[in-house]
Write a protein that binds this ligand. Structure first.
Ligand SMILES: Nc1ncnc2c1ncn2[C@@H]1O[C@H](COP(=O)(O)OP(=O)(O)OP(=O)(O)O)[C@@H](O)[C@H]1O
Ligand SMILES: [Mg+2]
Length: 224
Protein backbone atom coordinates (compact mmCIF):
# COMPACT_ATOMS: atom_id res chain seq x y z
CA UNK A 1 0.00 0.00 0.00
CA UNK A 2 1.39 3.41 -0.88
CA UNK A 3 1.21 6.00 1.87
CA UNK A 4 -1.24 8.78 1.11
CA UNK A 5 0.30 12.22 0.78
CA UNK A 6 -1.41 14.94 2.73
CA UNK A 7 -2.87 17.61 0.42
CA UNK A 8 -1.37 20.50 2.35
CA UNK A 9 1.07 20.97 5.22
CA UNK A 10 2.80 23.84 6.95
CA UNK A 11 6.33 23.33 8.21
CA UNK A 12 7.85 25.80 10.66
CA UNK A 13 5.69 28.64 9.39
CA UNK A 14 6.20 32.10 10.86
CA UNK A 15 4.49 35.19 9.57
CA UNK A 16 4.41 38.87 10.23
CA UNK A 17 3.16 41.85 8.29
CA UNK A 18 5.99 44.26 7.52
CA UNK A 19 7.93 44.89 10.72
CA UNK A 20 4.93 44.11 12.92
CA UNK A 21 4.77 41.42 15.61
CA UNK A 22 4.87 37.75 14.67
CA UNK A 23 1.28 36.74 13.95
CA UNK A 24 2.26 33.09 13.42
CA UNK A 25 5.31 31.98 15.33
CA UNK A 26 6.19 28.40 14.51
CA UNK A 27 3.20 26.58 13.03
CA UNK A 28 3.36 22.97 11.91
CA UNK A 29 0.16 21.53 10.49
CA UNK A 30 -0.67 18.59 8.27
CA UNK A 31 -4.14 18.48 6.80
CA UNK A 32 -5.08 14.96 5.71
CA UNK A 33 -7.30 14.11 2.80
CA UNK A 34 -10.96 14.08 3.83
CA UNK A 35 -10.57 15.48 7.32
CA UNK A 36 -12.32 18.53 8.72
CA UNK A 37 -10.14 20.76 10.87
CA UNK A 38 -11.46 23.69 12.89
CA UNK A 39 -9.14 26.55 13.83
CA UNK A 40 -10.39 28.56 16.79
CA UNK A 41 -8.85 31.55 18.49
CA UNK A 42 -9.60 35.10 19.55
CA UNK A 43 -10.08 37.90 17.04
CA UNK A 44 -6.70 38.94 15.71
CA UNK A 45 -5.03 35.65 16.63
CA UNK A 46 -4.16 34.94 12.99
CA UNK A 47 -6.83 32.53 11.73
CA UNK A 48 -7.40 34.34 8.43
CA UNK A 49 -3.64 34.70 8.01
CA UNK A 50 -3.22 30.95 8.55
CA UNK A 51 -5.90 30.11 5.96
CA UNK A 52 -4.44 32.49 3.39
CA UNK A 53 -1.01 30.91 3.83
CA UNK A 54 -2.51 27.42 3.47
CA UNK A 55 -4.33 28.53 0.31
CA UNK A 56 -1.20 30.12 -1.19
CA UNK A 57 -2.67 33.62 -1.17
CA UNK A 58 0.00 34.83 1.25
CA UNK A 59 3.61 33.63 1.23
CA UNK A 60 4.83 33.06 4.80
CA UNK A 61 7.71 35.17 6.08
CA UNK A 62 9.51 31.96 7.12
CA UNK A 63 8.86 28.26 6.71
CA UNK A 64 7.33 26.18 3.99
CA UNK A 65 3.95 25.24 2.54
CA UNK A 66 3.85 21.75 1.07
CA UNK A 67 1.16 20.83 -1.44
CA UNK A 68 0.95 17.05 -1.88
CA UNK A 69 4.29 16.82 -0.10
CA UNK A 70 6.10 19.19 -2.49
CA UNK A 71 7.17 22.73 -1.61
CA UNK A 72 4.82 25.23 -3.25
CA UNK A 73 7.57 27.19 -5.01
CA UNK A 74 6.99 30.65 -6.42
CA UNK A 75 6.65 29.42 -9.99
CA UNK A 76 3.87 26.93 -9.34
CA UNK A 77 1.86 28.86 -6.76
CA UNK A 78 -0.76 30.32 -9.13
CA UNK A 79 -1.59 27.01 -10.71
CA UNK A 80 -1.58 25.09 -7.43
CA UNK A 81 -3.80 27.75 -5.85
CA UNK A 82 -6.40 27.37 -8.60
CA UNK A 83 -6.23 23.57 -8.78
CA UNK A 84 -6.19 22.64 -5.11
CA UNK A 85 -8.17 25.17 -3.11
CA UNK A 86 -11.58 26.78 -3.03
CA UNK A 87 -12.91 29.26 -0.51
CA UNK A 88 -16.06 30.01 1.46
CA UNK A 89 -16.02 33.41 3.16
CA UNK A 90 -17.95 35.00 5.99
CA UNK A 91 -19.40 37.59 3.65
CA UNK A 92 -21.31 36.21 0.72
CA UNK A 93 -19.76 37.27 -2.59
CA UNK A 94 -21.94 36.55 -5.61
CA UNK A 95 -22.86 38.19 -8.90
CA UNK A 96 -26.28 39.52 -7.96
CA UNK A 97 -27.85 39.74 -11.39
CA UNK A 98 -26.84 36.20 -12.35
CA UNK A 99 -28.60 32.96 -11.44
CA UNK A 100 -27.62 30.63 -8.62
CA UNK A 101 -26.50 28.19 -11.30
CA UNK A 102 -24.21 30.73 -12.99
CA UNK A 103 -22.67 31.64 -9.65
CA UNK A 104 -22.14 28.01 -8.67
CA UNK A 105 -20.47 27.35 -12.04
CA UNK A 106 -18.02 30.28 -11.78
CA UNK A 107 -15.12 28.37 -10.28
CA UNK A 108 -15.41 25.62 -12.88
CA UNK A 109 -15.57 28.08 -15.78
CA UNK A 110 -12.51 29.87 -14.38
CA UNK A 111 -10.68 26.53 -14.52
CA UNK A 112 -11.53 26.15 -18.19
CA UNK A 113 -14.24 23.51 -17.75
CA UNK A 114 -16.58 23.72 -20.78
CA UNK A 115 -19.90 25.40 -19.99
CA UNK A 116 -22.19 22.36 -20.44
CA UNK A 117 -20.05 20.29 -18.05
CA UNK A 118 -19.73 23.21 -15.62
CA UNK A 119 -23.50 23.72 -15.66
CA UNK A 120 -24.20 20.05 -15.01
CA UNK A 121 -21.77 19.88 -12.12
CA UNK A 122 -23.00 23.19 -10.68
CA UNK A 123 -26.57 21.89 -10.83
CA UNK A 124 -25.52 18.75 -8.93
CA UNK A 125 -23.72 20.88 -6.35
CA UNK A 126 -26.80 23.07 -5.89
CA UNK A 127 -28.92 19.96 -5.43
CA UNK A 128 -26.49 18.72 -2.77
CA UNK A 129 -27.02 21.95 -0.79
CA UNK A 130 -30.81 21.71 -1.15
CA UNK A 131 -31.20 24.40 -3.82
CA UNK A 132 -32.17 22.33 -6.87
CA UNK A 133 -35.44 24.23 -7.25
CA UNK A 134 -33.71 27.65 -6.98
CA UNK A 135 -30.95 27.00 -9.53
CA UNK A 136 -32.35 29.35 -12.15
CA UNK A 137 -33.37 32.13 -9.76
CA UNK A 138 -31.34 35.34 -9.80
CA UNK A 139 -29.37 35.40 -6.57
CA UNK A 140 -30.89 38.77 -5.58
CA UNK A 141 -34.03 36.76 -4.81
CA UNK A 142 -32.30 34.41 -2.36
CA UNK A 143 -32.09 34.64 1.44
CA UNK A 144 -28.79 35.02 3.32
CA UNK A 145 -28.62 31.33 4.16
CA UNK A 146 -29.48 30.35 0.59
CA UNK A 147 -26.76 32.67 -0.70
CA UNK A 148 -24.17 31.08 1.56
CA UNK A 149 -25.31 27.68 0.26
CA UNK A 150 -24.73 28.95 -3.30
CA UNK A 151 -21.18 29.84 -2.21
CA UNK A 152 -20.78 26.34 -0.78
CA UNK A 153 -22.03 24.87 -4.05
CA UNK A 154 -19.51 27.00 -5.94
CA UNK A 155 -16.72 25.77 -3.63
CA UNK A 156 -17.72 22.09 -3.81
CA UNK A 157 -18.66 21.93 -7.52
CA UNK A 158 -15.00 22.30 -8.44
CA UNK A 159 -14.18 19.12 -6.42
CA UNK A 160 -11.14 20.76 -4.81
CA UNK A 161 -8.68 18.84 -2.63
CA UNK A 162 -9.11 21.44 0.10
CA UNK A 163 -11.91 23.84 1.02
CA UNK A 164 -10.84 26.80 3.13
CA UNK A 165 -13.74 28.38 4.99
CA UNK A 166 -13.27 31.61 6.93
CA UNK A 167 -16.06 31.96 9.50
CA UNK A 168 -18.69 30.65 7.07
CA UNK A 169 -21.50 31.00 9.62
CA UNK A 170 -20.23 34.25 11.14
CA UNK A 171 -23.07 36.40 9.83
CA UNK A 172 -25.91 33.92 10.14
CA UNK A 173 -28.43 33.29 12.90
CA UNK A 174 -28.31 29.95 14.68
CA UNK A 175 -31.04 28.16 12.70
CA UNK A 176 -29.62 29.35 9.36
CA UNK A 177 -26.11 28.33 10.43
CA UNK A 178 -27.35 24.79 10.93
CA UNK A 179 -28.77 24.55 7.40
CA UNK A 180 -25.55 25.99 5.98
CA UNK A 181 -23.42 23.51 7.94
CA UNK A 182 -25.65 20.63 6.88
CA UNK A 183 -25.16 21.80 3.28
CA UNK A 184 -21.38 22.01 3.63
CA UNK A 185 -21.14 18.55 5.12
CA UNK A 186 -23.56 17.06 2.57
CA UNK A 187 -21.90 18.64 -0.48
CA UNK A 188 -18.29 17.96 0.44
CA UNK A 189 -16.77 14.89 -1.18
CA UNK A 190 -15.34 12.31 1.23
CA UNK A 191 -11.78 12.97 0.02
CA UNK A 192 -12.02 16.76 0.23
CA UNK A 193 -10.31 18.27 3.26
CA UNK A 194 -11.92 21.21 5.02
CA UNK A 195 -10.12 23.78 7.13
CA UNK A 196 -12.50 26.17 8.82
CA UNK A 197 -11.70 29.22 10.92
CA UNK A 198 -14.53 29.71 13.34
CA UNK A 199 -15.80 31.08 16.63
CA UNK A 200 -18.87 28.83 16.39
CA UNK A 201 -18.90 25.77 18.70
CA UNK A 202 -21.47 24.20 16.36
CA UNK A 203 -18.89 24.25 13.54
CA UNK A 204 -16.07 22.99 15.75
CA UNK A 205 -18.31 20.20 17.06
CA UNK A 206 -18.69 18.77 13.57
CA UNK A 207 -14.98 18.75 12.79
CA UNK A 208 -12.62 15.80 13.24
CA UNK A 209 -10.02 17.99 14.92
CA UNK A 210 -10.16 21.29 16.72
CA UNK A 211 -7.03 23.41 16.87
CA UNK A 212 -6.56 26.48 19.02
CA UNK A 213 -4.46 29.38 17.75
CA UNK A 214 -2.90 31.26 20.64
CA UNK A 215 0.20 33.44 20.68
CA UNK A 216 1.03 32.44 17.12
CA UNK A 217 1.03 28.71 17.82
CA UNK A 218 -1.43 25.89 17.24
CA UNK A 219 -2.56 23.55 20.00
CA UNK A 220 -4.79 20.49 19.68
CA UNK A 221 -8.03 20.91 21.56
CA UNK A 222 -10.48 18.18 22.35
CA UNK A 223 -13.77 18.51 20.50
CA UNK A 224 -16.23 20.46 22.67
N1 LIG B 1 -2.74 42.91 5.57
C1 LIG B 1 -2.37 43.13 6.84
N2 LIG B 1 -1.45 44.08 7.14
C2 LIG B 1 -1.07 44.29 8.42
N3 LIG B 1 -1.52 43.60 9.47
C3 LIG B 1 -2.43 42.64 9.23
C4 LIG B 1 -2.91 42.36 7.91
N4 LIG B 1 -3.82 41.35 7.98
C5 LIG B 1 -3.90 41.04 9.28
N5 LIG B 1 -3.08 41.79 10.04
C6 LIG B 1 -2.89 41.70 11.50
O1 LIG B 1 -2.50 40.37 11.80
C7 LIG B 1 -3.16 39.90 12.99
C8 LIG B 1 -3.95 38.64 12.68
O2 LIG B 1 -5.03 38.98 11.81
P1 LIG B 1 -6.04 37.90 11.24
O3 LIG B 1 -6.95 38.60 10.33
O4 LIG B 1 -5.26 36.76 10.68
O5 LIG B 1 -6.77 37.43 12.57
P2 LIG B 1 -8.10 36.55 12.78
O6 LIG B 1 -7.79 35.52 13.83
O7 LIG B 1 -8.59 36.08 11.47
O8 LIG B 1 -9.13 37.61 13.40
P3 LIG B 1 -10.76 37.64 13.30
O9 LIG B 1 -11.28 36.58 14.23
O10 LIG B 1 -11.09 39.02 13.80
O11 LIG B 1 -11.13 37.44 11.86
C9 LIG B 1 -4.00 41.07 13.48
O12 LIG B 1 -3.25 41.75 14.47
C10 LIG B 1 -4.18 41.92 12.26
O13 LIG B 1 -4.33 43.27 12.60
MG1 LIG C 1 -10.34 36.40 10.37
Amino acid sequence: MTPTTAPVSLVGVRHRYGRGPWVLDGVDLTVESGEAVAVMGPSGSGKTTLLSILGLLTAPTDGEVLVAGEPAGTRRRGRLRAEWFTWVFQTVNVLGHRSALDNAALGLLARGVPRPVASRRAREALAAVGLASRADAPVVELSGGELQRVCIARATAAAPRVILADEPTGQLDHATSLTVLDALWAARRPETALVVATHDPEVAGRCDRVLGLVDGRLTERTTP
